[in-house]
Write a protein that binds this ligand. Structure first.
Ligand code: PLI
Length: 470
């Protein structure tokens, strides 16, 4: 079913040129980048769907308030403004600024995790789990089974399975569990939301065992939109109030403001407990900067405070999710296998269904990411075995059930024409997918978050394409 592209609730004031390249150029660039589009120069990319993180376009108001940034080392006015907006929209009394989400993950993991601990959550996220593991915890996935099935149309694939969560607590005991790690939306499931009902159940189970709930709020506004659309009883509540209702069920929030809040850099930790907040401030001093800027310039905090206000405006979030849905449904209509239903920030092309002839060991999603760039100049990112990394204990590759190419859409950056070009290009590549004949093997495998800097070569030949491909 074709769905209309939403009318953008903004008009363009500044533009950035896109350079056109031909296929030969792109194949050369890809080889130079070790078949990993992450290592390309962005000027060689036509439509960059690598991430929606830090890539959004700021509004005229955000650019305007940059000039009001208070760059004082201590006690900057911009911090108090940021704290005011976080308190108003997310409801956390203590706000500890950090330069981006993973800095918050580092600090919260160090504060709460000890070797031998176990953390449960609704699917892992790369940097979140990396910090949990670095501090000695084992992560356990307690998301519902439907989240691992790309074809399931479950409206809340981010939901926690309460039976899995209870079994996890029973097995490891509350003393070995520092907190529950909940994402909204769930990035690695394809931007799938968690329902408020599920969040409330998590809270109930956590309370029964005196466990804190840590909420990843990177895309919580997008999650709130899905609750409004899909969860009974919330259709008439504002996005802002749904966001508060979600956050009210958490003890700690870790925010990568580079997503929902539409800034190029920034983040914060939201905390209720004053003692924990004091300890977080102490660590921020070591890793980030003073507790009133935490790795951000004063102007960054101004833009972030303004971005929070804009993020919950109904027309903004509706157009944002509507654009992602438009692209997703164009692909669905053409028979391209994508993760269903279409998520909040991305459209995910199922690489296992697209390239069944390439084995998991040869990284089919990474192969498809490389093929997509060579063929079209579009850059996506692998979300599958490469992103999942190795088990820290056994050293074996982890093979999550989902293996896809994520096309993440930056906010307020691309137009309907770009979405159509992306759809046409992905559909064209899909019809010629049998020309992708080889997968990839590592020539360089970094120890952490390996997908960012890994290098590859085609396995058993010079190219991932057959020799007839032009
Ligand atoms: O990239 P950071 O350090 O600001 O945030 C880390 C991070 C935490 N949680 C979630 C759900 C994320 O999606 C996330 C970063 N995501 C990136 C970079 C992405 O491309 O999805």
């Amino acid at each position: 079913m074709t769905i209309p592209h939403p009318v953008e609730p903004w008009r363009v004031k500044t533009v950035e040129a896109i350079r056109q390249t031909d296929r030969a150029y792109r194949e050369h660039a890809l080889r130079e980048a070790g078949w990993n589009p992450t290592l390309l120069r962005s000027e060689d990319v036509a439509v960059d769907l690598f991430t929606d993180s830090g890539t959004s376009a700021m509004s005229d108001r955000q650019w305007a308030v940059l000039m009001q940034g208070d760059e004082a080392y201590a006690g900057a006015r911009s911090f108090y403004l940021l704290r005011q907006e976080v308190r108003a929209h997310y409801g956390f009394e203590h706000v500890v600024p950090v330069h981006q989400g993973r800095a918050g993950e580092n600090i919260v993991s160090q504060l709460l995790i000890r070797p031998g601990h176990h953390v449960a959550g609704n699917m892992y996220f790369t940097s979140t789990r990396a910090h949990q593991e670095r501090n000695g915890a084992v992560f356990h996935d307690v998301i519902i089974d439907e989240a691992h099935d790309p074809t399931s149309e479950h409206p809340f694939k981010g939901d926690v399975d309460p039976a899995k969560l209870r079994a996890f607590i029973k097995k490891h005991g509350p003393d070995a569990i520092p907190y529950l790690s909940i994402g909204a939306t769930v990035n690695m499931a394809g931007g799938q939301p968690i329902s408020l009902a599920s969040l409330a159940t998590v809270r109930e189970i956590a309370d029964a065992h005196s466990l804190p709930v840590v909420l990843d709020t990177a895309r919580a506004v997008e999650n709130a939109y899905f609750i409004k659309q899909r969860e009974s009883g919330w259709a008439d509540t504002s996005i802002a109030d749904i966001l508060r209702a979600m956050c009210d069920l958490a003890d700690v929030a870790i925010m990568s403001a580079k997503k929902d809040s539409m800034v190029n850099i920034g983040g914060w930790i939201g905390i209720r407990d004053p003692d924990l907040a004091e300890r977080a401030r102490a660590l921020v001093l070591l890793y980030e900067g003073l507790h009133t800027y935490g790795g951000m310039a004063g102007r960054d905090m101004e833009a972030l405070a303004q971005g929070i206000v804009e993020s919950v405006r109904e027309e903004n979030i509706a157009a944002r999710i509507g654009q992602v849905a438009y692209l997703g449904h164009r692909l669905i209509d053409a028979g391209v296998p994508v993760v269903r239903p279409i998520g909040g920030h991305c459209v995910c092309v199922d690489a296992l269904a697209t390239l069944p002839h390439i084995s998991r060991e040869e990284f089919p999603a990474q192969t498809l990411v490389a093929a997509l760039y060579a063929d079209t100049g579009i850059r996506g990112v692998e979300r599958g075995a490469l992103s999942a990394g190795r088990d820290p204990v056994t050293g074996e590759n982890r093979y999550p059930p989902l293996e896809f190419v994520r096309l993440a859409i930056p906010r307020r950056v691309y137009t309907q024409t770009h979405m159509d070009v992306v759809a046409d290009s992905v559909i064209r590549l899909h019809t010629r997918r049998e020309q992708i004949v080889r997968g990839l093997e590592f020539t360089h495998e970094p120890p952490h978050l390996r997908f960012f800097q890994a290098r590859f070569r085609p396995l058993g030949g010079d190219s991932i394409f057959d020799s007839d491909t032009v």
